[in-house]
Design a protein around this ligand. Structure first.
Ligand SMILES: CC(=O)SCCNC(=O)CCNC(=O)[C@H](O)C(C)(C)COP(=O)(O)OP(=O)(O)OC[C@H]1O[C@@H](n2cnc3c(N)ncnc32)[C@H](O)[C@@H]1OP(=O)(O)O
Length: 386
């Protein structure tokens, strides 16, 4: 029987920096800026940080570099790499470390500058740095896009999902982005524009794919029972779950069913909640097929019904299930790995600090991160109340 961490930790301050194009600044600099903002917003000083969790697509030494750069001597550090889901999976790691008495204040931070880095092809360098994928490499796929395109094509074949339904995810994200002054792309977007955009990997056009931008994010977590002494509105972590079943898409048992089935079940069980209790969702939208798969696998609708479920404006501003309320990886920002921004946006919504895009009922939020090629899935349920 595993020990529950329900409500054990709370998110205090959050910070972002270098969103979009951070020309002239390194990734280390923008991560440090986001971290200083998060620590200050937590009512702490950088020297109070005794735990750090971070990882990078470009350097295995990242946690040591960042701790050195921030001038801290952590008692607890972790840099486990789960790809894009890492910073939601990190909530469980932080809860375990804090509950075990290893540290009191954990800084989780990430950033990258693939857009403005001197080498404009940093994203391709990231691709090249990925571990070898022996069953796929000989066919020279354009990964990760091609892997997600395979999942989308299979979902369309098996369940009748349409390209218009995929496009609805991108259009909804853009409607949210139009309400977010920090979003990278804010011009209006139509279904036809998504369908008519440059094809990248059939059936995904460039508008079905997340952005390649700069950006950094950070948040601080602490023991829930001390959180109110530090921050007037701590956001409690009610449940977390993490699962991975495969690394490369050719080893995924069924490309329409993701390990979110397991991560979601674990997170909901720990929180003692069901999808009906969730007011808003922040789901890692690396590609438009992702949220459709995740809504199904997390239990918001039946397998195969995700395309219809997101229709009728349900996930848009004013809809029943607000989704990716900052504009998501499709329109807000996406510096290589994205899940840190899912947590930051959920916290803003739960604190009613989301400005024009604030959703009316924001008591319980679900955040869901995705890493690799639907490989690593991490779910967390957050609330302003225990
Ligand atoms: C868990 C996760 O987060 S997975 C997601 C990780 N993030 C990503 O995969 C980013 C996804 N988005 C992208 O890669 C980009 O936005 C793209 C490729 C979809 C479009 O980018 P654009 O800048 O509009 O297109 P552009 O035509 O300039 O291509 C950019 C690069 O991709 C290459 N490329 C684009 N399409 C293809 C293709 N179909 N096949 C092979 N290479 C391609 C181009 O050759 C170019 O390479 P270069 O930088 O070495 O010259």
């Amino acid at each position: 029987m595993s020990r529950s961490h329900r409500g054990a930790i709370a998110v205090l301050g959050t910070g972002m920096a270098g969103l979009g194009d951070c020309q002239g600044r390194t990734e280390q600099e923008i991560i440090a800026q986001a971290s200083h903002r998060a620590v200050a917003a937590s009512g702490l000083k950088m020297q109070d940080i005794d735990g750090i969790i971070t990882s990078s697509l470009t350097s295995p030494w990242w946690v040591m570099r960042m701790a050195e750069y921030l001038g801290i001597r952590p008692r607890f550090s972790d840099s486990t790499m789960f790809g894009g889901s890492s910073f939601i999976a990190d909530l469980k790691i932080a809860a375990m470390a804090i509950e075990a008495g290893q540290c009191d204040h954990v800084l989780v931070c990430y950033g990258a500058n693939p857009r403005s880095a001197p080498s404009s092809t940093q994203i391709n360098q990231m691709r090249a740095a990925l571990d070898p994928q022996p069953y796929e490499h000989p066919y020279k796929p354009f990964n990760p896009v091609s892997s997600y395109a395979l999942a989308a094509a299979r979902h369309m074949h098996q369940y009748g999902t349409t390209r218009r339904q995929l496009a609805e995810v991108a259009v909804a994200a853009r409607k949210w982005a139009q309400l977010n002054p920090d979003a990278f792309l804010r011009t209006p977007l139509t279904i036809d524009e998504v369908l008519g955009a440059k094809m990248i990997s059939d059936p995904l056009t460039v508008r079905d794919c997340c952005l390649v931008t700069d950006g950094a994010g950070a948040f601080v977590v602490a023991r829930a029972d001390r959180a109110r002494d530090l921050h007037p509105r701590p956001i409690y972590v009610l449940g977390t779950g993490h699962a991975h079943w495969h690394r490369q898409i050719s080893c995924m048992p069924d490309v329409t069913v993701t390990p979110a089935v397991d991560s979601g079940r674990t997170a909901f069980a720990e929180a003692g909640l069901t999808p009906a209790d969730i007011d808003l969702v922040e789901l890692y939208d690396a590609f438009t097929i992702n949220p459709i798969l995740f809504l199904e696998d997390l239990g918001f609708c039946a397998k195969g019904e995700g395309g219809a479920f997101i229709g009728g404006g349900r996930i848009e501003p004013g809809g029943d299930l607000p989704m990716n309320t900052n504009g998501g990886g499709l329109s807000f920002t996406h510096p290589g790995m994205y899940s840190i921004f899912l947590v930051i946006e959920a916290v803003a919504q739960l604190r009613r600090e989301a400005g024009e895009r604030q959703v009316p009922k924001a008591d319980v939020a679900l955040v869901h991160g995705n890493g690799g090629v639907l490989s690593s899935q991490a779910t967390a349920i957050l609330s302003h109340s225990l």
